[in-house]
Design a protein around this ligand. Structure first.
Ligand code: NAD
Length: 500
C-alpha cells in the first residue's frame, strides 16, 4: 500500500501513528494511506519555517518571482501526471483536473508580478522636510487549510501569494486527496525554493487545532465548509491571528424570459453537474422567472441532462465522475430523498446509479427537481452533488430576493439579453461574485475571490491584490533628515504634531 508522507524542510517525513485511507472513488477502493500528524509534526514544520523565512523575506522580490516563473514551467511540463494523480484521488475527470491545476497556475502567474504588486506609497513633503512612505512586509509564517474539491487550485491560490510575498508557508491539505499538494511542494523545491519555506503536513482536526493555537503562525487561510470556516475564524482570531475563512455555497442561476435558453442549458448542465457538483461555484439552483420561462427551460433541460455521460475519471468521453467517497454519495442521496419528502417534483432521479464494470464506484446520476420551495431544508443547505433544483419565481424582484436572502452568498449568475435588468441585478444582489451570462464567475487571478455571508468569514479575498494584502502588513514610515542647524524649541515636542 502506497503511503503519503508529510513534506517538511524539503524532505518526506513519515508519521505512521494514525493513518487515514485515501480512496480511488472511480473504483471504490483504497489506493493509499496518509499518516495524520500531531502537534509535534507541526512543530517540526514551524521550526523549519522559522529558520528559512528571514533570509527569504530579505531576498529581493524579483528573485522570489523567478522561483514562481520556474515553478510555472515545471507545472506545465508535469500537467498530465498531476491531473491524473488528482483525478485518481478526487474522482473528477482528467480534463477537469487539468482545469483545477490551471486555475491555480494562473495565480502563480500573477505571483510572478509580485515586485510590482508589493510597491508601496510615497508622499514627498508631507510636512517641512518630512516624507512619508509605506511598505508591505510579510507576516512571517502563514498556514493554509484546504478542502478536497480543488486539491491543486486552492493550495496554489494560497502558497503562491504567501511565498511570493516573502512568507514561509505550512499547508494542511484535505486528507481525502493529499498527493497532489505534496507533489506541488516538491516541484516548488525543484523550482529553487529553499527548504523550509513550503511544508505540507497532513492531518485532521488535531492538526488543524495545533495550527490554530500555534503562537508562531501569524496568518491562516481556510477554505472548506461553513461551520468549520466559522470555527477556524473564531479560534484563529481569538488567538490574535489574521484569518480568512471561506465556506460553503448554494449558488443561484437566474433566468429571465429573454435569455437565450440554448446557451443557458449548455451553461447550466456544465455548472450544475461538472465535477459531480462538488464545486463551491457550482450552480445547483436555477430560478426561471415566469412559468413560461420555467416550462421552456425544463423542456430543453431534461433531454440535455439525460444525455450526460457519467464515467470513471479517466474516461475521456465522461462529463463527470464519481463523488469523493461512499459517505458523501449517501449524503447526496439522502438530500434527494429529503427534497422528495418536502414536496419537490423529482424529474430526473440519479439515485442507485451503477456503472458497469465499476460497481463499487461512488457514482450519483444527474438529478433534477422542479417546484422546489425556499422553505425546503434541501434548498437551504448545500448538497454538493449532481443535483439541480428549479425554484420558480414569478417576478424579477423575487428572483433578486432568493439569492440575496439565502444564508450563503458565494456566487450567482443572471442570464438575460437585457442590459438594464442585468445591471440592476448586479448592483442589488447580496452575493460576493456575480456572473452575467457567465455561469461560474470565479474571478481571474488579478482580481480577487471571496464570497459573502456564510460563504466567507473575514474581510479580505483570496489572491490578486487582496491576497497580497492578506499575506503582508503595512509599515508606514515618517522620516525627516534635519540638517542639524535648527534651533530646537523643546516645548513643541510635548504637543501632538499636526499638519495645521
Ligand atoms: P471540510 O470543511 O470538511 O474540510 C476542509 C478542511 O478542514 C480539511 O482540510 C479538513 O481536514 C479540515 N477539517 C474538517 N473537519 C474539521 C474539524 N472538525 N475541525 C478542524 N478542521 C477540520 O470541507 P470539504 O468537504 O473538504 O470541502 C467541501 C466544502 O468546501 C464545501 O462546503 C464547499 O462549498 C467548500 N468550498 C468552498 C470554497 C470557497 O471558496 N468558498 C471553495 C471550495 C470548497
Amino acid at each position: 500500500m502506497r503511503s503519503i508522507e508529510h513534506f517538511i524542510n524539503g524532505q518526506s517525513v513519515a508519521d505512521a501513528k494514525r493513518l487515514s485511507d485515501v480512496w480511488n472513488p472511480s473504483q471504490g477502493e483504497v489506493q493509499a494511506q496518509v499518516g495524520l500528524g500531531t502537534a509535534a509534526t507541526l512543530q517540526r514544520a514551524v521550526d523549519a519555517a522559522l529558520a528559512a523565512q528571514p533570509a527569504w523575506a530579505a531576498t529581493n522580490p524579483q528573485r522570489r518571482a523567478r522561483v514562481m516563473f520556474k515553478f510555472k514551467e515545471l507545472i506545465e511540463t508535469n500537467m498530465d501526471q498531476l491531473a491524473e494523480l488528482l483525478a485518481s484521488e478526487h474522482g473528477k475527470v482528467v480534463a477537469d483536473a487539468k482545469g483545477d491545476v490551471q486555475r491555480g497556475l494562473e495565480v502563480i502567474e500573477y505571483a510572478c508580478s509580485i515586485p510590482q504588486a508589493l510597491k508601496g506609497e510615497y508622499t514627498q513633503g508631507a510636512g517641512p522636510g518630512i516624507d512619508v512612505y509605506s511598505m508591505r512586509q510579510p507576516l512571517g509564517i502563514g498556514a493554509g487549510i484546504t478542502p478536497f474539491n480543488f486539491p491543486a487550485m486552492i493550495p496554489m491560490w494560497m502558497f503562491g501569494m504567501a511565498i511570493a510575498c516573502g512568507n514561509a508557508f505550512i499547508l494542511k491539505p484535505s486528507e481525502r486527496d493529499p498527493s497532489v499538494p505534496v507533489r506541488l511542494a516538491e516541484l516548488m523545491q525543484e523550482a529553487g525554493l529553499p527548504d523550509g519555506l513550503l511544508n505540507v503536513v497532513h492531518g485532521d482536526k488535531e492538526m488543524v487545532d495545533a495550527i490554530l493555537d500555534h503562537p508562531d503562525i501569524a496568518g491562516i487561510s481556510f477554505v472548506g465548509s461553513s461551520d468549520i470556516a466559522q470555527y477556524i475564524y473564531s479560534r484563529g482570531t481569538a488567538n490574535g491571528k489574521r484569518v480568512q475563512a471561506f465556506g460553503g455555497a448554494k449558488n443561484h442561476g437566474i433566468v429571465l424570459p429573454d435569455a437565450d435558453l440554448d446557451q443557458v442549458v449548455n451553461d447550466l448542465t456544465g455548472a450544475a453537474f461538472g465535477s459531480a457538483g462538488e464545486r463551491c461555484m457550482a450552480l445547483p439552483v436555477v430560478v426561471p422567472v415566469g412559468d413560461d420561462t420555467a416550462a421552456a427551460l425544463r423542456e430543453k433541460l431534461v433531454p440535455a441532462i439525460e444525455k450526460l455521460r457519467v464515467g470513471i475519471s479517466t474516461d475521456p468521453e465522461a462529463h463527470y465522475g464519481p463523488v469523493v467517497n461512499e459517505a458523501h454519495k449517501q449524503r447526496v442521496e439522502n438530500y434527494i430523498q429529503m427534497c422528495v419528502d418536502e414536496g419537490g417534483e423529482l424529474v430526473v432521479d440519479g439515485r442507485g446509479f451503477m456503472l458497469q464494470g465499476h460497481e463499487k464506484g461512488f457514482f450519483v446520476g444527474p438529478t433534477l427537481f422542479d417546484h422546489v420551495k425556499p422553505h425546503f431544508r434541501s434548498y437551504k443547505e448545500e448538497i454538493f452533488g449532481p443535483v439541480l433544483q428549479i425554484v420558480r419565481a414569478d417576478t424579477f424582484e423575487e428572483a433578486v430576493r432568493l439569492p440575496s436572502e439565502h444564508e450563503y452568498g458565494n456566487g450567482v449568475a443572471i442570464f438575460t439579453r437585457n442590459g438594464h435588468a442585468a445591471r440592476e441585478f448586479v448592483s442589488r444582489v447580496n452575493v460576493g461574485m456575480v456572473g452575467v451570462n457567465v455561469p461560474i464567475p470565479v474571478p481571474v487571478s488579478y482580481h480577487s475571490f471571496g464570497g459573502w455571508k456564510r460563504s466567507g468569514f473575514g474581510d479580505i479575498g483570496q489572491y490578486g491584490q487582496e491576497g497580497m494584502r492578506f499575506w503582508t502588513r503595512t509599515k508606514v514610515v515618517t522620516q525627516r533628515w534635519p540638517d542639524g542647524t535648527a534651533a530646537g524649541d523643546h516645548k513643541e515636542a510635548f504637543i501632538i504634531p499636526t499638519m495645521g
